[in-house]
Design a binder for this molecule. Sequence first.
Ligand code: TYM
Length: 331
Amino acid sequence: MSTVLTGIKPTGRVHIGNYIAAIKPALEIAKNRDNTALYFIADYHGLTFIQNRDEFNDLSYGIAATWLALGLDPEQVVFYRQSDVPEIFELSWILACMAPKGLMNRAHAYKAIADKNEQLGVDTDTGVNMGLFTYPILMAADILLFQTDQVPVGKDQIQHVEIARDLAEAFNRIYGDTFKLPNYIVDEQTAVIPGLDGRKMSKSYNNTIPLFETADSLKKLVSKIKTDSTPPNEPKDPEASNVFLLYKEFAADAQIEVMRERYRSGISWGEAKQELYQVMNAFLEGPREKYNRYMADRDQIDDILRDGARKARAVAQPLLEQLKYRLGRYR
Ligand code: TYM
């Protein structure tokens, strides 16, 4: 029996890196009835970057519709919007009081923006909001409030899960054993999914393949994946190819074996990309249609998320009460 939790923030359209590293394994884990699964939209994390009403709204519903279109069953998974669970923010404050500032100074997400600001000549004190600076504390609250055992994520989130452990340990040291220490689940093979230009696929690099592009646009994007200059008929190492890495995630085992041989005997990059597009599109066709249907019926999404938040709060409230007792709020 294990509690599994993961979130996605609405700072861009959900892309295949999010899908392969987080959504796919999370949906697989949720199939095991022995696990308690909590998956959510980290909308207030998104607020650190997106401060446009329509965009924030659209991207948040987009994440919900994505999970549902890919088969999340709200009867089996507690599926909610972070901002519907106020207990998370209360815990976030409590943890903030236990978090040394230096721990935040070292957090990658903040450091990346601070470095970028420095290159652009923007003063760090004005170019970084406090939401971004304390981002890992809110994420620790997301995780610890539900006594999470496992967090399926990509490599870029490992440090955040470690910070959650640090803060759990700090609390446990001061107030006695309270929080479980969470572990991340990161698959070595898919820890960092490369984007079109070969760098990590990221909303902020503008190099993503969004999951629910139209078929045409998906085809165009796939054709843009950067490859090396090995001539068309020469053998290629499948394991060193980003095109093959993605192919493996969408194809059936038998197809993968055949494709591996085709790489070794010399497939052109054009053909390899065409084959990748075919398997991706075949897999995504059905979910894409469902996604569009959910996006056109946001009331239905609201109902599902509201119900999820109710279940999440029913778990969160007793723990928060216990915490308040430990803090000394009651005699
Ligand atoms: P976010 O929204 O940036 O990304 C969602 C998930 O996708 C993974 N990911 C990738 N994995 C491999 N290769 C890539 N190129 C790639 N790009 C993104 C991320 O690692 C993540 O698992 N802070 C989180 C959201 C969050 C959260 C949480 C996650 C808030 N609270 C609690 C887990 C538990 C984030 O920004 O993810």
